[in-house]
Design a protein around this ligand. Structure first.
Ligand code: ADP
Ligand code: MG
Ligand code: ZN
Length: 471
């Protein structure tokens, strides 16, 4: 029998607000253990939390960017559990009144993955295991999180991966998180079940906790799919449980079943007030949001005639997309602007982080000016490249490297002389051309372009060369 994979994701994303959710400690990743802490975020008795307004704004932005309804009224709740990474023995989260509901993320197939909710909560500290000891680092405790919960709409590993990538792109783009899986600022709990193809009701699910890489996620889902199908084929049942993925073996293993599932004894957080998001506040946030990245890709295709792959690369980070638009807007050669960025500029940015920061010595205005020189025929394509290299080396504008002569083009007499010399330097090619080999002219054209440093117009030059040879 054929079994269909069914997945639903709970994705935790750390928000990149400057300070934590209930105190003014830094949210910076890393740092000496327990240095980004205060009595509030380590939960000393007598302290009171105060909700960071920016957290609500960021979460509303995330909700709007994923087509959610924003709740005008929501609240925080206590989720009680005892574990050393949680100094208060409860996590402040949202239970039955999340900030955002009923959104969706669209995949390239056009399928919409429905979001059940997005809620805000605080991150826990981190346990560091070292030679038989366990240490606690509370730097991460109190860092704001959003948890984004899908409906069980995902049907393949490829869809799971695409969904997470889309989510990353959207959230990075609106600037609410850097979504770095390797630093744990985006982590997924993956719920997996299988059902016989064609069957309506869902099978029983297992939840695999805390996945922090695409590769592990793919392996874990594959393992879990096989495990559940094997159980059903041999007449057994899948039990609802929480499982852990073991990186070294590539297997998932049971952590706790439904019976010993935690009872979180949720209740309203009495130390925090109700969260109100007025229409006005929502609209103000909406106005501040950048253009939807999906729509921006479509606009790059129609407005600048970019190939889709190029548009996607430019859109990946908002700084790059903004830079491109500033350079390309109002020029006749937007594709050249894109090529300059994706080719020569990217070549100087080694890491993904460098791309994201996009600290480039050439300002978008200077690249724009260079493209305009091309537009107006003052320089040719190969001169664009070499000039851009010099600009990148020095940070200076194109005008610093192009002499009057470069920009003036080349006089008819000079061009004729250069052509004549090129022909006598390339006797054999000229003879071939006379004998009817049209292609032979290209070799001569090449040496003219070299001699003029690309300033000659290739079509005109080719005609001129043919005239001289036939004479
Ligand atoms: P809980 O609150 O116990 O974690 P939820 O009903 O909120 O349970 O579901 C959590 C996640 O599990 C959601 O992302 C949901 O889409 C997913 N899910 C629920 N049922 C299934 C199922 N049968 N197969 C796969 N995923 C499921
Ligand atoms: Mg869950
Ligand atoms: Zn603090």
């Amino acid at each position: 029998m054929n079994y269909e994979l069914v997945c639903g994701l709970e994705t935790h994303v750390e928000l990149s607000t400057k300070t934590k959710i209930f105190c003014s400690c830094s949210t910076k990743f890393g740092g000496e253990p327990n240095t980004h802490c205060c009595p509030i975020c380590i939960g000393l008795p007598g302290t009171l939390p105060k909700l960071n307004k920016a957290v609500v704004e960021y979460a509303v932005m995330a909700g709007l960017a994923t087509n959610c309804k924003i709740s005008p009224v929501s609240k925080m709740d206590r989720k009680n559990y005892v574990y050393p990474d949680l100094s208060k023995a409860y996590q402040i989260s949202q239970y039955d009144m999340p900030l955002c509901r009923n959104g969706w993320v669209e995949l390239s197939s056009g399928r919409r993955i429905r979001l059940n909710r997005i809620h805000i909560e605080e991150d826990a500290g981190k346990l560091v295991h070292d030679r038989g000891n366990t240490f606690v680092d509370y730097n991460r405790g109190g860092v704001p999180l959003i948890e984004i919960v899908t409906e069980p709409d995902l049907r393949s590993i490829a869809e799971v991966q695409e969904y997470v990538e889309k989510l990353q792109m959207i959230l990075r783009y609106i600037g609410v998180s850097d979504c770095k899986m390797q630093e744990g600022s985006l982590r997924c709990d993956v719920n997996v079940s299988v059902r016989p193809a064609g069957q309506e009701p869902f099978g029983t699910r297992a939840e695999i906790k805390n996945m922090n890489s695409f590769a592990h996620m793919a392996k874990a889902i594959e393992y879990e799919y096989d495990r559940q199908v094997d159980l059903l084929m041999s007449g057994e049942k899948v039990v609802q449980e929480t499982r852990r993925y073991d990186e070294s073996s590539g297997c998932t293993e049971g952590m706790r079943g439904k019976e010993d599932a935690d009872d979180y004894r949720y209740f309203r957080e009495p130390d925090l007030v109700t969260i109100l998001v007025s229409d006005e506040m929502r609209e103000t946030i909406q106005k501040r949001m950048p253009e939807d990245p999906q729509k921006r890709i479509q606009r790059f295709l129609s407005e600048y005639q970019l190939p889709e792959a190029d548009a996607r690369l430019l859109i990946e980070h908002r700084r790059i997309a903004d830079y491109f638009e500033a350079a390309a807007k109002g020029t006749k050669n937007p594709r050249t602007a894109a090529n300059c960025i994706l080719g020569q500029i990217f070549a100087r940015l080694g890491t993904e982080a460098e791309k994201e920061q996009f600290n480039v010595t050439v300002s978008p205005e200077n690249l724009h000016a260079l493209i305009l020189l091309l537009d107006t025929g003052k320089i040719r394509m190969n001169l664009v490249k070499s000039t851009l290299e010099k600009m990148l080396d020095s940070g200076k504008p194109a005008s610093d490297f192009l002499s009057e002569k470069d920009l003036a083009g080349i006089s008819a007499d000079d061009l004729k002389a250069i052509c004549e010399k090129a022909i006598s330097d390339n006797e054999r090619a000229a003879a071939d051309y006379r004998a009817g080999k049209e292609k032979a002219l290209k070799a001569i054209l090449g040496s003219v372009m070299k001699a003029t440093r690309g300033r000659a117009n290739p079509q005109e030059t080719e005609k001129l060369l043919a005239d001289i040879i036939r004479r």
